[in-house]
Ligand binder design. Structure first.
Ligand code: FMN
Length: 420
């Protein structure tokens, strides 16, 4: 990526040192960074540090002599603006449309066709305060894009959400936003295994790690698409700061899918989650049948599980979405299946799910964690791409779904295109 013009606004948070690390990485990646610091930010980070990192004077004052119209010039210059770290105070001020300081004036003068990112950092109580929640909602409605906050121990010694994203994540989010795919897709990826409760502590699940889905989500995010990863709570986390939602059981995945598909306009669903085929109807202990509940079964009792088939969630995706042109990517895993059997399984899935693409892999072909070959089939059953490793699936899918609805044979450096 050639270097971009980034206007980097720091406000008064203890997390300012992380912003310095992100600025350093951005400069090393060839971007031009112009820093802006509020009076409070300067209590945490020295102007010499910011100037030394960027080679630019730090803008601090709306009324600086000789630079009175600089807020207009700066917004024209910037390809992207980020407030990082963003305090509760600044979020509330921006949401109120106040322009009596440099960040406020820059926000109102901002060309809204360009990205305006915010990376919040604050104490957990401040983050969940109704004033902050309302400010985040208002700013989001105006097109401001929020980086996810981290959770854990904050500088004030409290636990919860509100930590500034890590420097790597900040840089990745900025570069993802600067990436210009021909068509920016809204993509929902599911990943990981469903886990059906047997009792209060035990579950019936499968061995999916969620790595394929997490890798695909990270790839689409880095390529500049808008991504939500709906992942099993114990599955692999994405290596990019895309939006993440979590599920545990089949019922939770089902509800989350329903909510996301109805409330947001996705272009593509990549359904890589390993959804259990069986739910638990009831548990029989010492001849007495009981529904599953939150009580731990005594370990001396040998329960019998009564299973029931689960519906195929992939079959209902398009009907549940407001977008009738939703593209669906389904997954089929086989184990040592002869080629003809595997192809039939793919054809069946294409038919009943109404899928546009099916990614098929066979456990017997796996030779390592990442060396897990996959074939991608089109709706007409033709082979669209062969991927030798897990990492190649995301790039191949991006090429394929970006080209729809006029599918073409693809050729990427990593994937062997196939005529079909
Ligand atoms: C040591 C210390 C750390 C602070 N860290 C934060 C923080 O992480 N997030 C936040 O919203 N406010 C934090 N504050 C409070 C802000 O600095 C304060 O609200 C200030 O007015 C923000 O001004 P600004 O938004 O114009 O930069 C902190 C204050 C102190 C003294």
């Amino acid at each position: 990526m050639s270097g971009a013009n980034i206007l980097f606004i720091l406000t008064g948070s203890i997390a300012g040192y992380k912003a310095c690390e992100a600025i350093s990485q951005l400069v090393q990646h060839g971007h031009r960074v112009r820093p802006v610091a509020t009076a409070s930010a300067q209590r945490f980070v020295g102007l010499a540090t910011l100037e030394g990192l960027t080679g630019e004077p730090v803008r601090t004052d709306l009324f600086a002599p000789g630079a009175a119209l600089e807020h207009i010039e700066l917004t024209r210059w910037a390809d992207l603006v980020i407030v990082c770290p963003a305090t509760a105070n600044t979020l509330n001020r921006l949401a109120a449309g106040l322009a009596d300081d440099l960040p406020g004036a820059l926000f109102l003068a901002h060309d809204r066709r360009k990205p305006f990112l915010v990376a919040p950092a604050m104490n957990p109580a401040m983050w969940v305060h109704p004033a902050t929640v309302a400010a985040v909602k208002r700013l989001s409605d105006w097109g401001v894009e929020f980086l996810p906050v981290g959770s854990g121990r904050t500088a004030c010694g409290e636990w919860g959400e509100g930590r500034l994203a890590e420097p790597f994540g900040i840089v990745a989010a900025i570069e993802a936003r600067l990436a210009r795919p021909q068509r920016r897709l809204r993509v929902l990826v599911t990943s990981g295994a469903t886990a059906e409760p047997i009792d209060g502590v035990r579950v019936l699940t499968n061995r999916s790690t969620g790595r394929t889905g997490a890798g695909i989500a990270a790839h689409f995010f880095r390529a500049g698409h808008e991504v939500v990863l709906l992942r099993a709570s114990n599955s692999a986390a994405p290596d990019a700061p895309c939006r993440v939602e979590e599920f545990g059981s089949f019922a939770e995945l089902d509800a989350a899918l329903g909510h996301l598909l109805q409330s947001e306009a996705f272009d593509v669903v990549i359904h890589a989650a390993a959804v259990g085929d069986f739910g638990i109807e009831s548990v029989v202990v010492m001849g007495v049948e009981q529904p599953v509940n939150g009580t731990k079964l005594d370990s001396s009792a040998l329960p019998t599980l009564r299973l029931r088939p689960q519906p195929k969630l992939v079959d209902g995706l398009r009907a549940r979405s407001g977008n009738r042109a939703l593209q669906i990517v389904a997954f089929k895993l086989t184990q040592g299946a002869p080629a003809a059997v595997a192809r039939r399984a793919v054809t069946d899935l294409l038919a009943h799910a109404g899928a546009d693409l099916v990614v098929h892999n066979d456990l017997a072909a796996r030779t390592g964690w990442e060396t897990f070959p996959a074939d991608i089939y089109r709706r007409d059953g033709g082979l669209a791409a062969h991927c030798a490793t897990r990492a190649e699936i995301g790039p191949a899918l991006e090429v394929l779904v970006s080209a729809m609805p006029t599918p073409e044979t693809i050729s990427t450096p990593h994937c062997h295109a196939a005529l079909s």
